[in-house]
Design a protein around this ligand. Structure first.
Ligand code: CU
Length: 118
């Protein structure tokens, strides 16, 4: 009986240990980060970020803007914000590498590019 109990404890320990390992793997830092971009004076910035980065745009202008992926004046459907009013934000996570041009649907002359690297 005592021996069985000991085996049971070992099995439970192993289960907990494995569970612990699983949790540790899941929480390994994935280098996900947030980059903040302020839209000021009708300028959309060019920014380079690493993959998995979330960009948060904040509109500092008195006019509403959008951040819309694609080459102005065409949307490519990767992302498109609603109107971002002064002080409001829009965020998008870049899960793939590449060069992503974007523009503002209200002011199609506003263009920028997000470069996403490994
Ligand atoms: Cu705009």
């Amino acid at each position: 009986m005592k021996k069985n109990f000991f085996v049971l404890i070992c099995a439970v320990s192993l289960m907990i240990f494995n569970l612990g390992c699983g949790n540790r793997v899941a929480s390994v830092p994935s280098h996900e980060e947030t980059v903040e971009i302020e839209i000021i004076d009708f300028i959309l910035e060019d920014v380079s970020v690493s993959v998995s980065t979330t960009i948060v745009w904040t509109n500092m202008d008195y006019k509403a803007h959008t951040v819309t992926s694609g080459i102005s004046p065409k949307k490519d459907g990767t992302w498109d914000s609603p109107f971002i009013e002064q002080g409001d934000t829009f965020k998008f996570q870049f899960k793939e590498t590449g060069s992503f041009p974007y523009w503002c649907r209200v002011h199609p002359f506003m263009v920028g590019t997000i470069i996403v690297e490994d």
